[in-house]
Structure formats: C-alpha cells, structure tokens
Design a protein around this ligand. Sequence first.
Ligand code: S3P
Length: 167
Amino acid sequence: MKNVYLVGFMGTGKTVVGKALAKRLNLEFQDLDTLIEAKAGKKISQIFEDFGEAHFRKLEKEGVAVISAKSGLVVACGGGVVMDADNLKHMKKSGVIICLKAAPEKILSRTKNYKHRPLLNVADPKAKIEELLKARQPFYAQADHFIDTTQLSVNEVVEEILKIVKQ
Ligand code: S3P
C-alpha cells in the first residue's frame, strides 16, 4: 500500500488522527517531527533555537526523502512540509496527501497550552496563526483531499479518511 500523508496546519490533529488511522489500517505510524528529533538528537524547538528555521527545513526535507522511499506508512507531517515543492513531489509520488483543516480559533485553543511549537511561541499567536494560514493556503491546496476537523472527533476524522483510502 502507498503511504498516507497527513498534512495541514499545526493543531489540526495530524498526529492524534495519524496514530488512530494507522491502527485501523494496520499500518506503521511515522511522525516526521519525531524522526527529525531522533536524527538530530534535539527537540524541534532546540533545533530552531540553535540553528534556525532554514536548518530545520533542510532536516525536514531529508526526512521526507527517507520516508517517501518506503511504503505502507501513515505519516503525520509537520505543518510546514508542503511549502517545499520537492517534498510535495515526493509525497505525491509515494502516496496520497490528505490535508486536515481547522478554524483559526480552534487551532489556537488546541495549541495554546503547548510550548513545543517555536512558530507559535510569540506574543500574539492568534495573529501569527492567521498570517501563516493565509501564506500557506496555496500550498495546502495542493493536497489530494481535505477534511475540516473543527467539529469532528478523532474517530470521525479517521472514518472520513478510511472512506478516501478505501475508494
Ligand atoms: C511547523 C509545525 C510543527 C513542526 C515545526 C514547524 C510548521 O509540526 O514541524 O514546529 O511550520 O507549521 P506540527 O504541525 O505537527 O505541530
């Protein structure tokens, strides 16, 4: 089976949905950020702090190249993965790309109590969310399928994805 890539903004549910989906499909789950952290021996926030975002994007790109050479994985990708054309190309070739979406208010409420996302560790995270969502919209639009998770439970999202991948 080809890989199932979950993309979308921070706080749209990629990791929690990906884990549940992998169980249902009896596939291996892979979190791209976890892979990057394991390889770098540092947390994402530390990578940003020590080396900056550009270096993180380089590691992210290497991670996509490794993962897309495999098959049968459910992959939860970091929210910015789609901004790189090569990443998108690799993911399209090796699987189906499903974009999870959510309203900005929901993203804020799901992310505000966590400090591990450097891009949202700012004075006004709501404004940052809106700014990034706008800038990234054309990139997320390149996914194959879209699911708005704002009002859905994890299981409901999983059911929606199962309909897509079993088509
Ligand atoms: C990022 C999202 C994060 C992580 C990094 C950058 C982004 O992953 O990759 O902090 O650019 O949107 P999640 O979307 O899993 O939070």
